[in-house]
Design a protein around this ligand. Sequence first.
Ligand SMILES: [Zn+2]
Ligand SMILES: [Zn+2]
Length: 274
Amino acid sequence: MIDAGQTSTQPAGMSSTGVLSRISRVAGRLAGPFVDLVLPSVCAFCGEYHQPSDSLEFNRDSIRLCNDCVGSFLKDTREACHRCGRPVGPYSSDTTAGCVICRPTRQRYKEVIRIGTYDDELRTACIRSKSRGSEPLAAALGDLLFCEQRERLQAIDADVIVPVPQHWLHWFTRPHHSALTVGDRLSKHLQIPLRDGLVHKVRHTADQSGLNRASRLKNLHRAFRVSPLRRVAGKRILVVDDILTTGSTANEMSRALRTAGAKHVAVAVIAIVR
Ligand SMILES: [Zn+2]
Ligand SMILES: [Zn+2]
């Protein structure tokens, strides 16, 4: 695997592997999924090609990631808290009601499901999946989330999947919305309808990344509103985002959904910030 933070480079004196990778990549852009029938898949993260037999389990679900990249995303094998998603120690007991960190906090969503923590290669992948032309990477991460957490995602028994919305102004400045792409993949795998538009972001808010916890809460206060045209009462809802940082966004989304009568709100993300 090449360094996770870099795109694939072609060495001087191109090897047959490099030639095949280049052909597959270019052809993939031109002809899309049809090329997979005749050429190996290109990993959406490192850009290297991989044969379907490399990773039969994952290819069965059409994940466009190579074994090395999948391994790097899943290298943290610690148990996660059922409620907040943070890693917990090996001797932690049932965390359905939370861990020592999240139990004292008021959390409006019931549980968090994720691939891993926002570190190393998974962090790089999350950042890159927001950039222009990176829909295949966001989709591949959504596929991996499903494969890794299939049982828990199915156990939610959600009625609808709702991606965390962005304010309409962001559609002009952000090339694509990775939460929507991840939500779309989960919707297809779980056979649960995706309801983009069930919740609107009604206020344009400051970028959360530079704010502390208190400022984040204030920044997002009542920023989300459930569409009056949609019935939410009694529904079980799976909220999808790419990264869970302090949980402020998920909490505000959940507050809006619970106020509208939602019975259960769970959150699925690619990575969680420890
Ligand atoms: Zn790869
Ligand atoms: Zn916890």
